[in-house]
Design a protein around this ligand. Structure first.
Ligand code: SF4
Ligand code: SF4
Length: 406
């Protein structure tokens, strides 16, 4: 990277005038830059720190909130530099940074001029709106040119900084595929970062756009991906595996359905009739069988929560086809008729056999021998008899036979 060395002296903001040392109550960026004012980044890892510029387009800030739910590790672990092998991450965020206004934007100018003392990554939240359609105004303003007063947009910063960034992350479905602002109608011609930067885009360290979708995404999904990429940038690990759409493959290759806590009901052909029922929600409009998302096994925060766990259907929010290809929401998909009909047929048969076996496994051999069930909770007098009893005996004999283990 090129550019002049920043000239920060003891009279500048961020420096305690009495001690001449970095003032802990002053903006983080300036303090940090003072501490490293003699060293500028000009080589790849091992890095002591890295800047993270969080830039926002058409966004509801939900991805920012989702990020704070990461626990394994958390954002605060990244910022504190407490993860072994991972550089300390200096977060320059549009909402939660200590700096504001021109001082905040100054960070971007420094990055653009190559004046930072460490490399930087970009995290883009929200859709990209087509500023060429905004007429005399703009949709995504982010600071002014201090020399001319010209309004600068977020999109201009992305254009200028993305080729210089160590990596560019798109967080959330708006940033990855366009999301809600790109739904039918789309008067702003909204799209994702990948669409805007194009397939030829590579970061300064040779990485295409990294996509972590979800509306909102799982915080742990993003931080885990960021840590994996940082390990790569440090030279401590290979580039993690991404799929053809730039998603972390280990997080998005499975469907929701395969890990859903209600999948057993689907297999046995038992379906919910209304919200609040405990069974599979496919007939209420769940798209889980064809949606790539790991919320069923990961939960939403610290392993807890998630759509089906909380009684909701999957509306496909991680997918590029969202929302149009999954609408109308809460209406069952056309394809579900085939699979649920088959499941009802096979499930009814399998469920009957399983219920018989459950009955058998709930009888101790001693009770069977005495032909009694000595429980005051018993609702029916009868213990298994006739065909049911015969079935249990046959099953147990078969279970213990040599064939059943081959
Ligand atoms: S609720 Fe959805 S994801 Fe879960 S088993 Fe049913 S169809 Fe699959
Ligand atoms: S289960 Fe479906 S609706 Fe829920 S987060 Fe995953 S993709 Fe989105």
């Amino acid at each position: 990277m090129s550019g002049s060395t920043p000239t920060i002296n003891e009279t500048q903001p961020g420096i305690n005038r009495l001690t001449g040392r970095a003032d802990p109550f002053q903006p983080i960026g300036l303090r940090s830059r003072y501490e490293h004012n003699k060293r500028r980044f000009d080589a790849i890892g091992p890095l002591e720190k890295i800047y993270l510029f969080w830039i926002v387009g058409a966004s509801c800030d939900g991805c920012t909130i989702a990020l704070t739910g990461a626990t394994n590790p958390g954002v605060e672990d990244l910022m504190a530099g407490s993860i072994p092998g991972i550089p300390k991450v200096e977060v320059v965020h549009t909402v939660v940074s200590v700096e504001s206004g021109a001082e905040w934007v100054h960070n971007l100018f420094m990055a653009d001029r190559g004046e930072l003392d460490a490399p930087f990554v970009i995290v883009w939240e929200g859709s990209i709106m087509d500023e060429s359609l905004s007429g005399d105004g703009y949709w995504m303003g982010l600071g002014e040119d201090p020399d001319t007063g010209r309004q600068i947009t977020s999109l201009e910063w992305l254009t200028r900084l993305a080729p210089k960034a160590a990596a560019t992350f798109a967080i959330g479905t708006c940033a990855t595929w366009g999301g809600i602002p790109a739904a039918s109608g789309n008067v702003t011609n909204a799209s994702g970062v990948m669409d805007y930067l194009g397939e030829e885009y590579r970061s300064a360290f040779g990485v295409p756009v990294i996509n972590v979708p979800g509306c909102s995404p799982i915080g742990d999904n993003f931080v885990e991906t960021a840590v994996a990429v940082l390990l790569f940038l440090q030279g401590l690990a290979p580039l993690p595996e991404f799929d053809e759409l730039g998603r972390p493959a280990w997080l998005f290759s499975e469907t929701v359905h395969r890990h859903c806590p209600r999948a057993g009901y689907y297999e046995e052909g038992v379906f919910a009739h209304e919200y609040g029922d405990k069974e599979c929600l496919v007939e209420l409009g769940c798209w889980g069988p064809v949606v790539q998302c790991n919320i069923a096994e990961r939960g939403i925060v610290n392993g807890v929560g998630g759509c089906m766990q909380l009684g909701g259907i999957c509306i496909g929010c991680t997918m590029p086809g969202f929302p149009d290809k999954f609408s109308p929401f809460y209406a069952s998909s056309p394809g579900h008729l085939i699979s649920t009909s088959l499941s009802r047929v096979t499930g009814t048969f399998v469920r009957t056999l399983r219920n018989l076996t459950i009955g058998d496994k709930n009888m101790s051999p001693r009770w069977e021998h005495l032909d009694t069930l000595p429980s005051g909770w018993r609702r029916q007098e009868a213990t298994p008899f006739g065909l049911e009893k015969l079935g249990h005996k046959f099953y147990n004999a078969f279970q213990r036979s040599k064939q059943s283990y081959n």
